[in-house]
Write a protein that binds this ligand. Structure first.
Ligand SMILES: *Cc1c(COP(=O)(O)O)cnc(C)c1O
Length: 398
């Protein structure tokens, strides 16, 4: 083909698994620009990936420096950045051991393998998962995902996953069999509609897993890395999981995932039982280190708490004005506005007015600004949302 037009190339050569809305060619902190140079306030952050904003200077500088030093050596050798990043994750969480992967699904695959290996000698291999959960698109994580529509056409499902209603401890208890190895859940369901676990559910799950000898596996791929106002969402609940998965925001845009396991489980995955060629390479880990450094130096979590409270307050005020809003919920800067009806048209209308937001499930607007967001940006976003909900045609002052 004799063209360099990205849209034409996209349509002819990229597999059509996505329906991209538009071209984005540049980003800086809370803003991105389309191919025509029009700018948008980004409250979608690449699905909670660029949590420190687009091209955060400290992360960019770290990537550039590392790209000129060493990009990849494989895990046949160790590098300076992987153990340092593992230590940073351990320091901010529960002091565990880290396995590095490249995505959320791959981190979750590792977590499922951990549970199977751990339970193997006792004949335990099943995992209890939550309805409306999302854990990834690989075969095992798809089977763990609690939304049948994603699995449609790919049966038979990988065996060993059962689903129970979220926040229903009695249902989890009733689903336990002698073959159950673990419970897998998101502390705040993301794709499922921005639904936080209740305190009773989290405390109860930890107790139940202890009593019945099960692992509690927590998927922090979306709600982790400061999104909710704590570094990891489970920390709001005062419980410690046996393992957690990370990805999305860990590298602020560079593909990196991680499985973090309690020290007590460090000998479950022994040499040769699990691996990843790219996992923990020095380039991605340099980005991850710059992310943690930024959290520490720039008090990012304080900003999430303050801006999260401000955004919630403004969304609740919108709810007063627009009775179509059934619920405003979430934690920190992971907020959902439930309209109780499909929201696709609102996402499109907001984009036309210069604001990028997402849906979560069918009926929920998912609002995830960068964690570095400032009050004037929140004002603008809420003004645009107000207009969109009013069906107003007046252009926003961008
Ligand atoms: C996005 C997501 C995943 C999958 O991550 P990928 O990097 O797309 O594989 C898994 N779990 C949760 C909670 C997610 O939000």
């Amino acid at each position: 083909m004799n063209t360099s037009d990205p849209l034409q190339l996209q349509q002819q050569y990229v597999l059509g698994t996505y329906a991209p809305a538009m071209l984005i060619s540049r980003g800086a902190m809370s803003w991105v620009w389309d191919g025509d140079g029009r700018k948008y306030l980004d409250f979608a952050t690449g699905i909670s990936v660029c949590n420190l904003g687009h091209c955060h200077p400290r992360v960019t500088e770290a990537i550039q420096r590392q790209a000129a030093t060493l990009v990849h050596v494989s895990n046949l050798f160790y590098n300076e950045n992987q153990p340092r990043l593992a230590a940073a994750i351990a320091r901010h969480s529960f002091g565990g051991r880290v396995f590095f992967a490249n995505s959320g699904a791959e981190a979750n695959e590792g977590m499922i393998k951990l549970a199977r290996k751990w339970g193997h000698d006792q004949g335990k291999w099943q995992v209890i998962c939550m309805e409306e959960s999302f854990h990834g698109r690989t075969l095992a994580t798809l089977a763990a995902t609690g939304r049948a529509k994603y699995r449609k056409g790919f049966q038979p499902d990988v065996a060993g996953f059962v689903h129970v209603p979220f926040n229903d401890l009695a249902a989890v208890r009733a689903a336990i069999t002698p073959q159950t190895a673990a419970v897998l859940m998101e502390p705040v369901q993301g794709e499922g509609g921005i639904r936080p676990a209740t305190q009773e559910f989290m405390t109860g799950l930890r107790q139940l897993c202890d009593e019945r000898g099960l692992l509690l596996l927590v998927d922090e791929v979306q709600c982790g890395m400061g999104r909710t106002g704590r570094m990891f969402a489970h920390q709001h609940y005062g419980i410690t999981p046996d393992a957690m998965s990370l990805a999305k925001a860990l590298g602020n845009g560079v593909p990196i995932g991680a499985l973090v396991v309690r020290q007590e489980l460090k000998d479950v995955l022994t040499p040769g039982t699990h691996a990843s060629t790219f996992g923990g390479n020095p380039l991605c880990c340099a980005a991850g280190l710059a992310v943690f450094e930024t959290f520490e130096k720039d008090n990012i979590l304080d900003n999430v708490r303050v801006m999260g409270a401000l955004l919630r307050e403004k969304l609740l005020a919108l709810q007063q004005k627009h009775p179509g809003i059934k619920d405003v919920r979430g934690l920190g800067l992971m907020l959902g506005v439930d309209l109780g009806r499909p929201v696709g048209d609102l996402v499109t209308a907001a984009r036309a007015k210069g604001l990028l937001i997402l849906s979560a499930g069918e009926t929920v607007l998912r609002i995830m600004p960068p964690l570095t967001v400032q009050p004037d940006e929140i004002d603008l976003a809420v003004r645009i949302l107000d207009e969109v909900l009013s069906g107003s045609a007046a252009p926003a002052a961008v």
